[in-house]
Every structure is written in C-alpha cells, then in structure tokens.
Design a protein around this ligand. Structure first.
Ligand code: PHE
Length: 331
C-alpha cells in the first residue's frame, strides 16, 4: 500500500458525510464491516506482508482505524447535543408542576339520593330498584286507581303505546306493588328513581323528577311508626327542622297525609304518605287482617331546593359545569 492509497482512504474517511443515523451505519459497515470493511481488509492483508514491513504497515492501519473511530464518536456526541438542544428549546420544563386531571363531582341530586339510602339502611330498610317503563296494573290499578278514576288526572301520564298499557311510571309507588306481590312480610323497603309526568314546564316543575319511596309492612304497624320514620329522615337530613302532617288523599293509602317542612318562614310540601290501603294489600296477596303498613314518597328535587337554597329546579338539569363543580359529597 503506497502513500497515494493511504491518502485516498484518509480523504474518503474525512469526506464521508454523516448526517443521520443511517449514514453512520453505512460508514461503519464501509470501513469496519466484518467481511469487506476497508480497514478490516487492510488488517487481513497484514499476514501477506513481510515481517519487516508489517510493523510500519500495522501502525498506518491503526491510525486509519483511529480516524474512523474518531469520526464515529464525533457524530455521536454532536447528535447527543442536538437532542438535548431540542429538549431545551421546546416548552418542556421538567421542573414545572404536571397538569392536574380534572375529577368530576357528584351531582347534587345523587348526593341527596346516596344520603337517603344511607339513612334508611341504618334502620333496616333494603334498597331495591324497579323499572321506569311500567304497565297500567303496577302503576295504577293495583294501587287502587282504576281506569277513569279522577286521580289518574293528578299524574299526567306519558303513554308509550296506543293500548295505554305501557307507560313511563308516574311515581315510585309501583315498586310497592312489584315488591309486595313477590315477597312475604315483614319487610322495610326503600326505592329511589326517576318518575315522569307531562306537567307544563315551569320554574318549579320538570317532565322528569326523582322520588324516594319507602314502605314497611309488619304486624301492628301504625301511623305513629310512619310519623317517627319521617321524623327520623328529616332530622337526619336537616338536623332539627319543623315539620307538619297535613291530612290529604291518595287512593292507595288510608289515612293519607302530606308532609310540609318549615323553611324560610314558609311551609314547603315535600312528600305524600299514609297507611297502605287494605285493598292494595289484598291486590298483592297480603292479608290486611294480619298485616298493616305505611308508605311515603318524597320528591328529591324538592329536598334539593331546600338543602342547597336554590329557586329553580331546572338548574339541576342544565348540566352547567360551573354549577355542578361546587358540590362536595357532604352537605
Ligand atoms: N305516589 C305519591 C305521589 O307520587 C306519593 C305517595 C307515596 C303517597 C306513598 C303516599 C304513599 O304523589
């Protein structure tokens, strides 16, 4: 290998453009590749050279190899610097606090619902569910509300088919029927859910609202049990609060009452209640001579208006995130 050839290889090393990682690979293979790499081949040829020349020749090849290696590490270090520069130039600041993940809050109506379930479970009530799509018998007839009974007008019904037998439940009292016909007393049941009435939408009503229905059947259940249970619910929810029982009428309870709560110098109606009518018990196969029971239905939105001091029920359904964010799970 003469001087000319050495210079040629040196130049080749120097002028080889390494711009990206693929170039670096090609460069490495070209010079140091195991079989045909230029430097590798030069080393292989060492054996063919006389011992006398070998020392000098080996020195030259080692220098060339060094140049190749220097070029490789030079590229690598520049590449690392560029990478760091990219990180520094971007908006990324490792010391900056991370973005917090927004966690939703519990809907105010759900807070009240959960609280009511908790309150009743403490006194031995069981929480059960029922369907929102009902038939006439469970929603009306079995509850002593026959066809053409004027009280059907009290609850402006959404019917789902022409036969008038499939409807959106107008109250949760249909769950009384569903549960009582399939179970033997004694029992204490609580059920909470949506009910639907086609009432004119005003600031105080909505076509859908929530009710909590409670009922208890046993031997010797009396009106005083009902009164005490309602009292327990109201004091658990509000602390000390003045309530009154006002005589009322429901086809499925006798006697019946409306419960009002004294709030901001006025009486607000929050629920209907009464002793379950013996006819209703008969409809579900419970002997009214042996068993008696009470039932109540409370409007969740009404409670929510009082608890959160709101004026318009529809605020609870607007889904305004600014309103909903304010609620913590305790009240
Ligand atoms: N279901 C009645 C209503 O929706 C409320 C109620 C429930 C009354 C249970 C008495 C007993 O108005």
């Amino acid at each position: 290998m003469d001087q000319k050839e050495i210079i040629k290889i040196k130049k080749y090393i120097k002028c080889f453009h390494i711009k990206k990682n693929e170039d670096l690979e090609t460069f490495k293979i070209k010079f140091l590749g195991k079989k045909k790499g230029i430097i590798t081949v030069l080393f292989k040829n060492l054996k063919k050279i006389s011992i006398h020349e070998r020392k000098n020749y080996g020195k030259i090849i080692n220098e060339l190899k060094k140049e190749v290696q220097n070029k490789i590490s030079h590229y690598k270090s520049i590449n690392d610097i560029n990478k760091n520069k990219k990180v520094l130039n971007s908006d990324y600041d490792p010391t900056f606090p991370g973005k917090s993940i927004e966690i939703g809050s519990i809907h105010p109506l759900s807070i009240i619902i959960n609280r009511i379930i908790e309150i009743f479970i403490r006194i031995g009530f069981i929480h059960v569910d029922g369907p929102e799509i009902e038939d006439d018998w469970h929603n009306f007839t079995a509850l002593n509300i026959p066809v053409s009974h004027p009280s059907r007008d009290m609850q402006d019904t959404f019917f789902l088919c022409k036969s008038l037998d499939v409807l959106l439940r107008t109250h949760t009292s249909s769950i009384q029927i569903r549960y009582m016909k399939n179970h033997c007393p004694p029992f204490r049941i609580l059920s909470i859910g949506k009910v639907y009435r086609n009432e004119t939408i005003s600031s105080h009503s909505n076509f859908m609202f929530h009710q909590a229905e409670g009922f208890s059947i046993d031997r010797k259940i009396s009106f005083s049990d009902l009164k005490q249970t309602i009292h327990y619910l109201i004091t658990s929810l509000f602390g000390k609060e003045k309530i009154r029982f006002r005589p009322s009428y429901f086809p499925f309870t006798e006697p019946s009452a409306e419960v009002d709560i004294h709030c901001n110098n006025e009486w607000l109606e929050i629920m209907g209640c009464g002793m379950i009518d013996p006819e209703v018990l008969k409809n579900v196969g419970i002997d009214p001579e042996i068993y008696s029971g009470f039932a109540f239905g409370v409007g969740i939105e009404r409670l929510a208006l009082i608890i959160y001091q709101m004026k318009d029920i529809r605020t609870y359904f607007d889904n305004d995130i600014r309103f909903l964010k304010q609620f913590k799970s305790e009240f």
